[in-house]
Design a binder for this molecule. Structure first.
Ligand SMILES: Cc1cc2nc3c(=O)[nH]c(=O)nc-3n(C[C@H](O)[C@H](O)[C@H](O)COP(=O)(O)OP(=O)(O)OC[C@H]3O[C@@H](n4cnc5c(N)ncnc54)[C@H](O)[C@@H]3O)c2cc1C
Ligand code: SF4
Length: 555
């Protein structure tokens, strides 16, 4: 079976008033585009990155992790960071995402966990936390469930529905059987069985069998941080985008950096302004705008779009745009084993445990999470990750690297992260990007309860590694910020009250009737890790409602 090439799609003129402009071609924007075109609407997707052909998707370790070959750029898109609103932010790349058609799913890992009911109503069940703004979502798990299933079947998720206590209801099984179990998966299962925990096949957006004309995973091992030249990883570039283009109603215009959403005197969005690849300013008009630029760039674009009617930024009458930035917490420990683990032979993760998904608040914090054992980065980066106490040069280094690479794995806990109002995305008052626009500024400090929870997870992770037979362990330090953030959540939160939220339960902004925000920014809580299936299910659901509003002339 050959690797599929991208269909061409439609070409709109900039003078056309398209039905919808969608900003961003990641899992969120691409899903909205696919769904709206299937419902008969014309959609123009504007994407700042470009489309890559399979032959360009090389196993380029330096490009993937050091020289920003596929990601937002520290040169043209510099960022700043501070830990509190009282500080002057310093230059630092903190937020990372892929700048390509397909968005960050172009090179993601493909863990596709569903949320559980508790993720939507933890505030009601557990109560508030001082210093955090924990709140319930205005929707429930049951409302989203059909869309979880629809996404799993549309892109081909591999997995097995678990019957362990606490597992959420699935109306349908996964369309594909689990991926093959890898070395780290075998050891996770061994550890869990020894400590009496349940474990299950990891649900993955990677094909275990041929599906919808796409090839199954070749177990190449260059997965996290790399695009999949075989098309087996079900990122939006291999799934939603080609389907939207094949509808004949969609254009994906790449190399276009949107810098303003325009509104008229009546307070309606009329279109967008963007810089094309030659930095020329272009205007595209539209009947409605869907903002799906991710949890960091969407709020930045709203703030950049301020005008006389919206002096604090578009859709920001509540002052909540950019607030409550969340990432999913983590606690990591590397375990070294007597024998070869060979985690590089296949996708990053094959088995997980959700035994710790919902923890008792008597522990002193609210939340929970799950674990995987994984191979994470390829050889070149592993060479750079040896602890300072280990040999760093010569034959002793080579010898040590051999065991470090082949005989170790990472025990990775993925957890909740509390929403805190002062953790935010805003515009830097001094630093500008390559287009002369204010740079992205992040303000972030972990909540004390989360730091306590990460320590708890690291301690249990060590017990799991010990039970699996690890001979030596190396903890990653737990700091007041994650160092680098890729799960970008919460910055345009969803809610019924326009005074405390940015979008309503249908992703329509409270302030601008024909502007919708669909991506991780609308999350009210972070979930326990792996947010993208939920982002995509929300996008399918949003598209259903947006289409109904459009048909009823309510946009
Ligand atoms: C290495 C890595 C591994 C990951 N693994 C997992 C995983 O296993 N499971 C999981 O659930 N999540 C994972 N994630 C996170 C996941 O990729 C994101 O949650 C997901 O892609 C978010 O989808 P999105 O559509 O909201 O945003 P994105 O995928 O970030 O897409 C937004 C798009 O908008 C474009 N854009 C931004 N601003 C503009 C603008 N002004 N004009 C035009 N275009 C613009 C961007 O270039 C980008 O293409 C991973 C992330 C990384 C980096
Ligand atoms: S491991 Fe499989 S899914 Fe991942 S990049 Fe390689 S072939 Fe694609």
């Amino acid at each position: 079976m050959s690797v599929q090439t991208q269909p061409t799609g439609r070409t709109f003129r900039t003078t056309d008033q398209v039905d919808f402009v969608v900003i961003g071609s990641g899992p969120a924007g691409a899903s909205v585009a696919r769904e709206l075109t299937r419902k008969g609407f014309d959609v123009l997707v504007l994407e700042q990155g470009r489309a890559y052909a399979p032959e360009e998707m090389e196993h380029d370790e330096l490009g993937a992790f050091i020289t920003e070959r596929w990601t937002n750029s520290s040169q043209t898109q510099p960022q700043t960071f501070r830990t509190s609103e009282q500080e002057t932010a310093q230059r630092r790349q903190f937020v990372g995402y892929a700048k390509a058609v397909g968005g960050t799913s172009f090179h993601f890992t493909g863990n596709y966990w569903r949320f559980r009911p508790i993720d939507f109503n933890e505030y009601s069940v557990r109560g508030g936390v001082p210093g955090a703004s924990l709140a319930d979502w205005p929707i429930t798990y049951d409302e989203l469930e059909p869309y979880y299933s629809a996404v799993e079947w549309a892109i081909g998720v591999s997995g097995e529905v678990s019957t362990a206590p606490g597992e959420p209801r699935h109306s349908r099984p996964y369309p594909l059987p689990p991926l093959n179990v890898t070395g780290p998966g075998v050891l996770l299962a061994r550890g869990c069985e020894k400590v009496g925990w349940s474990h299950k096949a990891a649900p993955m957006a990677i094909l275990s069998r041929e599906y919808n004309g796409r090839q199954r995973c070749h177990n190449c091992g260059f997965c996290l941080g790399f695009p999949c030249e075989w098309g087996a990883k079900s990122g939006a570039n291999h799934t939603m985008i080609p389907e939207a283009l094949r509808s004949g109603r969609c254009e994906v215009r790449s190399g276009c950096t949107v810098f303003r959403i325009e509104t008229n005197d009546a307070g309606r969005a009329t279109g967008v302004l963007y810089f094309d690849a030659d930095k020329r300013e272009v205007r595209q008009s539209a009947k409605a705008v869907v903002l799906s630029a991710n949890g960091a760039e969407s709020p930045r674009l709203l703030l950049l779009s301020e005008n006389a009617q919206h002096p604090n930024g578009l859709a920001n009458s509540s002052g909540m745009v950019g607030k409550h930035f969340m990432f999913n917490g983590a606690a990591l420990t590397r375990g070294e084993f007597e024998h070869e683990v060979n985690g590089h032979r296949g996708p990053v993760v094959s088995r997980i445990t959700h035994q710790t998904y919902e923890l008792d608040e008597s522990l002193g914090f609210i939340g929970g999470g799950g674990y995987d054992f994984r191979f994470d980065v390829p050889a070149m980066l592993m060479a750079l990750s040896l602890p300072a106490s280990e040999p760093q040069w010569g034959s002793a280094f080579k010898q040590r690297l051999r065991s470090w690479y082949n005989q170790s794995l990472l025990c990775y806990a993925h957890t909740t992260s509390l929403p805190v109002e002062s953790n935010s995305v805003s515009l830097d008052p001094a630093l500008k990007d390559a287009w002369g626009l204010p740079a992205l500024r992040t303000t972030f400090r972990e909540h004390e309860h989360d730091l306590a929870m990460y320590k708890w997870f690291q301690a249990r992770g060590r017990e799991l590694l010990d039970a699996a037979g690890a001979l030596r362990m190396h903890d990653d330090p737990i700091n007041t910020d994650p160092g680098f953030a890729v799960h970008l959540l919460g910055t345009c939160r969803m809610g019924n009250d326009p005074a405390t939220s940015v979008v309503d339960k249908y992703h329509r902004t409270h302030d601008v009737r024909n502007l919708f925000i669909v991506d991780g920014s609308s999350f009210v809580t972070s979930g326990r890790g792996q947010p993208t299936l939920t982002i995509q299910a929300l996008a399918f659901r949003a598209a259903d409602h947006i289409a109904q509003f459009a048909r009823a002339n309510q946009i």
